[in-house]
Design a protein around this ligand. Sequence first.
Ligand code: BG6
Length: 480
Amino acid sequence: MSISCDMLVFGGTGDLTLHKLLPALYHLHRDGRLHADVRILALARKKLDRDGYLALAERHCRAQVARGDFSPDTWQTFAQRVDYFAMDASQRSDYLRLAQHLGQANGRVRVYYLATAPDLFEPIAANLESAGLAGDDARIVLEKPIGHSLDSALEINEAIGAVFPEARIYRIDHYLGKETVQNLMALRFANALFEPIWRAGHIDHVQITVAETLGVENRGGYYDNAGAMRDMLQNHLLQLLCLVAMEAPVRFDAKHIRGEKVKVLEALKPITGNDVLDKTVRGQYGAGRIGGHDVPAYYFEPNIDNDSDTETFVAVKAEIDNWRWAGVPFYLRTGKRMARKRSEIIITFKQVPHLLFAKGEVNRLVISLQPEESISLQLMAKAPGKGMQLEPVELDLNLAHAFSSTRRWEAYERLLLDVIEGDSTLFMRRDEVEAAWNWVDPILRGWSSYYRKPRPYPAGEDGPEQAHQFIERQGHSWWQ
Ligand code: BG6
C-alpha cells in the first residue's frame, strides 16, 4: 500500500527527528516504500531556511545511516521531499501561517508527529484544531512518555481526545516496532509447542533486562525529570511484559492485541507504600569506565542537578494476579551506563519434578532483542564420556542469519509506515497507557516517601549491589 501524505514533524531539529525519524524515512524512500507524493515538513523554532535545514539533516543522516546504505544520489532525491518551517508550536497565530503554507489537503493524509516534550502535546492539538488542520484526514503521533503520572496522562489523553478520535491517535513505543519483539508474538502464537507450558505450572520466573551503555547524552533536561522508571520501565519494559504474558488474541489486529495487553496491565499487583523497599531497587550511576573510557557520574552530566535523586537504574519484581501467572515473578530491570548494551527476555522453566541426575539445571528460553536478534533454548544434555555428566547446551536460532538476505528494518521505519497506512496494531491505546501509569504511580509515590536516595553504582557495571541482593532474597539471580 502506498499512500500520499504530508508528514509534519514537530521538534524537527531535535535528536529524535535527526537521529531516528529522518534516517527511517530515508530508508523507506530508498526502498521505494513511500508514495512519490509524500512530503516531509520539519517544524521547529530555530530560524533556518530550507537549505540550512537540509544541511543539518544530511549531516545527521550520514552519521546515522549505515555507510553502505547512504548514497548522495539517493539523498538528493530524498531531500526533494523535505522542507522546513520555522514556527513556535505554542503560538496560535503560527498555525495560521502553517495552514497557508500547507494549502488544501485534497484527500492527502496528514500526519502530525509530536517529537516534543509532552507539555506541548495539548497546545499543539488545540492549535491544529483552531487553524482547521485537524480534519478527518489528520493523524497525530505522540512520543512516549505520555505525561509523567496517571493524572497528567489522563489530562493529555483527554485533551488530545477532544480533537482527534482514538482511531487517529498513534502513541508510539518504538520497542513494539523492533523485529524480535514482533517475533515474540510469532514464537508464542505460531508454534503449538510453547502454549501448554507457557504458564505458572511450568515457568519458574521471567526476567526482562534492558541495559544500555549510553548515559543521558544531551537529554539531561528531560531525563532528570523522568528517570529510568518513566523513561523506560513505564513503557518499553511493561510492553515487553505484556507480550510475554498476554493471552492469545482472537485475531492479529489492533483491537484484539491491545485488548489482551491491557488485561495484563490491569492484573499487575500493586506495589504500594513501603513495599517499594522489598520489591524495587533504584540506582544512579557514578563515575566509571565504559569501553575503555572514563565517564563522569550522572550528577556531573550536562543539565543535571548536582544533588539529583533521579534514578538511572531500576529493578522491580512485578507479579501478575491471574490464573496463568499467579506466583510467577517477573523481574524487570533497566539502566544506563551498564556493563554492556543488551535487551533480553529470559524465561526460566521449573526443574524436572524428580531429579535423576546430580546436576539440577533448568531449561531456559533466552530471547535476545539487541544487539543480536536471537532466540535460544537451553536444554540439558549428556556430555560425552563415561557417566551421566549433564551440561546445558543451546538450541540456537540466530534471526539475523536465518534471514540474512533481508535487511533488518529499524523500529521507526516500520512504525512510520504503519501510521501512513493507518495500522495502529503496534501503537499503545489510551487505556494501556493509563493502566501502565496506574501501576507505576504508587511506586513513584512510595519512592518519594521511603526511598528517596538511589543506590550508587559505578558506570560500566551491572547496576547497584542491592539489585543483586534483591533478586537473591527471592531465591533467584540475574541471568548473565
Ligand atoms: C528511548 C529512551 O525511548 O529508548 C532512551 O528515551 C533510551 O533513554 C532508548 O536510550 C533506548 O532505545 P533502544 O532502541 O536503543 O534500546
